[in-house]
Design a protein around this ligand. Structure first.
Ligand code: DHB
Length: 506
């Protein structure tokens, strides 16, 4: 591997700055890291204290439209400026951890080292993924991203698709642009995110250097550099939005009632209220139509299971994809049992699991689906009244909310509702990018989707994993037993997995 003398690079940077007063000022590079502008933070992880330099609010494009979001916070162990090592890495070998803080396709500011969510009452704050990454020797580059609710003073919407992924790509390009001026191995960038952020993490790994994004990146003044990444960590990615409604009906068809949790703030306290609703007869019949569309879609993909067998579905929704997901659930339940979790009461009562002692013998997929329950109405993502976050994601500069599937556009309850064009939908879709040979795909993927997660169908992560595998990636997919919609819950395992991938020969 090529090694850089980082200290020499810093000295050179200082010397250049010194010359600038004598000669005419060179055109300044707004994307160049100023190595002198940082604060020092001390971080304690697992009883060990680590000093880091924090470079915050770095613009990732030369012509931002939302400067507070199109920016990066960079955290670098102090040791890398002094010839030191952390977790076996040095200034030239340190990998880069790139966590995005996006949730709900909302705007996200650049990340900090503390968890966004406070710990549950009575529990100590757990280290954030970024703090863990630093303690393992990673450099942390925590980018912001525009989101679906941003609006400029002139009334134009500024964060609609594909703004968020464009901003993350700009951050990756910024890192490569600064490779000679900071520690870190820019061929070892690891993306991480949860839910909408998991989808964006997957999309970053699926769409490296794809021409779909070039015009927007250039218009914003992003650095001219590659934007592919080395590895993806994605928790419960809400992706494949073009087919997520179909996938949802494939899994939850037949369940009329759905239970969602409405969140509101009262006197700065988060209030959660369960909202129960039921599908109408018409919606119940649409489920079958959407399931049939999903069967055709899956069979058209022609993807394979890890054992090389086909991932297909019969017209009734049964078939090898369903069996594959069932086996993943059984593996997850077995892992939970092996880890000491008591699976016997709730699951066997509901007929979900058949156990012999601590051995998981069988899982009834229909009983599992009933026990998890339906969370969303129908269609789950492309709402007929343009009521979902995804409808708002697919607006454009002049339109707040649009449809993005043919089905919802045809059945829309909103007079004059518009539909996003297919190009825009593709720019947000990790599945479609994985199917396009023009993208450079991350070589390593870790996908986690809790078995109790009802925000999207389990078919979504299963197909994502298969599509990444099809592009030659190593993929580790698991459906952790009992986990609801959440992320960053198994950081030791995540970083152990990453360490093994990083040590593999190039
Ligand atoms: C998220 C959750 C959803 O159910 C969804 O449709 C989109 C995003 C989220 O938690 O980010």
């Amino acid at each position: 591997m090529k090694r850089r003398d980082f200290t020499a690079a810093l000295v050179a940077a200082t010397a250049t700055a010194g010359c600038a007063t004598r000669t005419p000022a060179p055109a300044t590079d707004p994307l160049r890291l100023d190595p002198a502008r940082y604060t020092t933070q001390d971080l304690t992880v697992g009883g060990q204290t680590l000093r880091v330099r924090a470079f915050e609010g770095l613009p990732v494009v030369a012509r931002p439209v939302e400067p507070a979001y199109q920016a990066l916070n960079l955290f670098i162990p102090e040791a890398y400026f002094n010839g030191g090592r952390v977790g076996g890495y040095d200034a030239s070998t340190a990998p880069i951890f790139l966590p995005n803080g996006v949730g709900g396709y909302m705007p996200a500011r650049p990340g900090t080292l503390v968890n966004r969510m406070p710990p549950p009452p009575g529990q100590a704050a757990a280290p954030s993924a970024s703090a863990m990454a630093l303690s393992r020797g990673f450099i942390v580059a925590a980018p912001g991203a525009r989101g679906r609710t941003l609006q400029a003073a002139n009334g134009r919407w500024t964060g609609k698709a594909p703004a968020a992924i464009v901003d993350l790509k700009a951050a990756v390009r910024w890192l490569r642009h600064n490779a000679a001026h900071m520690p870190g191995d820019m061929e070892r960038i690891v993306s991480n995110g949860t839910s909408a952020g998991g989808a964006l993490s997957a999309l970053l790994g699926a769409s490296g250097n794809h021409p779909d994004y070039e015009a927007e990146l250039q218009a914003l003044g992003a650095a001219s550099a590659r934007d592919d990444v080395f590895a993806v960590s994605a928790y419960c990615p809400i992706t494949n939005l073009a087919h997520a409604d179909e996938a949802y009906e494939w899994q939850f068809e037949g369940l009329r009632e759905y239970r969602n949790v409405a969140t509101s703030m009262l006197d700065f306290r988060v209030q959660r209220q369960e909202v129960r609703s039921a599908l109408t007869d018409t919606q119940m019949s649409w489920s079958a139509e959407l399931r049939a569309a999903f069967v055709a879609y899956v069979n058209g993909l022609g993807l394979r299971a890890p054992d090389g067998g086909p991932l297909a579905l019969q017209v009734d929704g049964h078939g090898s994809l369903r069996t594959h997901i069932k086996e993943l659930l059984k593996t997850a339940a077995q892992r939970a049992a092996d880890g000491g979790q008591n699976l016997s009461q709730a699951n066997t009562h509901a007929g979900v699991l058949t156990l012999q002692g601590r051995q998981v013998v069988d899982l009834d997929f229909d009983a599992y689906v009933r026990s998890v329950g339906r969370m969303k109405g129908q269609p789950a993502f492309d709402g007929l009244a343009l009521e979902t976050g995804e409808n708002q994601l697919f607006g454009d500069a002049r339109t707040d909310k649009r449809h993005f599937t043919a089905f919802a556009a045809a059945h829309s309850s909103v007079a004059g509702a518009l539909r996003a064009d297919e190009h825009t939908v593709r720019t947000m879709d990790a599945m479609q990018q994985l199917g396009d040979r023009r993208s450079r795909v991350a070589g390593h993927w870790r996908i986690r989707h809790g078995s109790a997660d009802r925000d999207t169908s389990l078919a979504v992560p299963a197909l994502l994993a298969a599509a990444a595998r099809e592009r030659g990636a190593t993929v580790d997919l698991a459906l952790p037993w009992g986990r609801p919609h959440s992320g960053d819950y198994d950081l030791d395992q995540l970083f152990d997995w990453l360490q093994a991938r990083l040590q593999a020969p190039r």
